[in-house]
Ligand binder design. Structure first.
Ligand SMILES: *Cc1c(COP(=O)(O)O)cnc(C)c1O
Length: 411
């Protein structure tokens, strides 16, 4: 696709996009260009009414009857099947539960225990912090287990006879590079190890094919590209062949084969449902389902193609207006996710000044300006304008005002 050469052309291309009607399905404030949907997805309009109905009618009026009547009890599997379709997984191989961090813990421990004699969790330095922290926590819990970090390019060659788990984030949260899931999953299997993929920056951002690519296990986030709401429940995947071999270390009653028999002894449910632990947060689950439903309405190929066009336009305009900001994200669409990152020593105050002007991206320590390109509600004209505003912020030096260097708890 050729890139627009003016704002007017960008507006015209947007107007013809099959994705353009989706913009109105999000409750975005006027005057804001939101380029942070990879950190917290925007609010779908339908989620407002859906959540109100869940609270006032399903909970308020129908009370406990809603567990059956509204199938609250089936939500983890029902929403899991919808997400399975997005990540290329068989319907029964994904459930929604807990947070990404907790799901990582459950799957890594399960994978370690299924492979006695193998003691190594292999991952990369600079992986998302929670992935590294959870791996470290698992290692401190299981005797003899260690975490080894190896640079991304050397992972395949580092998988050995002691490797139990190859733990990788598919699309890197900071620079946005994407691993070759098929090749690395195959390398893990060939060496007798299991792969665990973190899809937090992939699901809804780029095509994912867990089954076809031979992934063993995966986790992912509900509040980024799936627009599930702040702290939305996460999901987990276990490939069909492994499901009967893995057991959750959190043996809660919701993962029991027959929770409402109220027996004393634990027996795991069949399939991935055994990875449920406690009662899900129903309001949050159903808000997530609303976001997932909206995502599933969108034409998938057009969505990813528009994401690629947004990226290309962003990078091209930056190269023209702000060549001093180095793009750290790979250019090829197949080698990255749907965000774009630039390096600048003063990334923090620059981003704060940008946000004050209505262009919301985010800062990632120590020196990265990161922009999420979410084609459901961001168009080419937004990208055009955002780079203009960024060029004005950097060029004017306005970001040097001391107030832009004041840091909140969340950066
Ligand atoms: C956002 C993100 C998470 C979030 O984990 P939580 O448990 O929801 O806080 C995990 N991993 C990656 C790679 C992420 O980008």
């Amino acid at each position: 696709m050729s890139l627009p050469r003016s704002l007017a052309e960008a507006v015209a291309v947007d107007a013809k996009s099959p994705l353009q009607p989706f913009r109105a399905r999000f409750a975005l404030p006027e005057g804001v260009i939101y380029l942070d949907g990879n950190s917290l997805g925007a609010l779908p309009v339908q989620t407002v009414a859906r959540t109100a109905d869940v609270v006032t009618r399903e909970w308020g009026e129908r009370l406990i009857r809603s567990w059956n009547e509204a199938d609250w009890i089936g939500a983890p599997q029902r929403i899991g099947a919808k997400i399975a379709d997005i990540v290329g997984a068989a319907p029964g191989s994904v459930i929604v539960a807990d947070s990404t961090s907790v799901n990582l813990f459950k799957l890594i421990v399960a994978g370690m225990r299924a492979q006695p004699g193998r003691t190594e969790i292999l991952t990369e330095p600079g992986n998302f912090p929670t992935d590294l922290h959870i791996a470290e926590g698992v290692a401190s819990l299981l005797p003899g287990v260690t975490v080894r970090t190896v640079d991304a390019a050397d992972i395949a060659g580092a998988i050995g006879p002691r490797t139990a788990i190859v733990l990788l984030t598919h699309v890197h949260y900071k620079h946005g590079a994407r691993h070759d899931m098929a090749a690395l999953s195959a390398a893990a299997r060939a060496a007798g190890a299991l792969s665990v993929w973190d899809l937090s920056h992939s699901v809804g951002a780029v095509p994912v094919a867990l089954d076809a690519d031979g992934a063993d296990m995966a986790v992912g986030c509900g509040y980024k590209y799936l627009n599930g709401g702040p702290g939305a429940p996460a999901f987990l995947y276990v490939c069909e062949a492994l499901q009967a071999r893995l057991d959750s270390p959190i043996t809660g009653w919701m993962g029991h084969a027959d929770p409402f028999a109220f027996g004393d002894g634990y027996a795991p449910a069949a399939g991935v449902s055994r990875f449920l632990a406690g009662t899900p947060s129903v309001i949050a689950m159903l808000a997530l389902e609303s976001g997932v439903d909206l995502f599933r309405d969108a034409p998938r190929e057009a969505l990813f193609a528009r994401g690629a066009a947004l990226f290309d336009l962003f990078v091209a305009r930056m190269a023209m207006l702000l060549p001093e900001l180095v793009c750290v994200t790979p250019r090829a669409a197949g080698a990255r996710g749907s965000h774009v990152s630039f390096r600048h020593a003063d990334a923090f105050p620059i981003m704060q000044a940008l946000i004050e002007r209505g262009v919301i991206g985010d800062y990632r320590a120590p020196d990265i300006l990161r922009f999420g390109l979410t084609p459901l509600y961001v168009g080419l004209a937004d990208v055009w304008r955002a780079v203009d505003v960024l060029a004005e912020v950097v060029g004017s030096g306005i970001w040097r005002e001391p107030r832009f260097s004041v840091r909140g708890v969340v950066t």
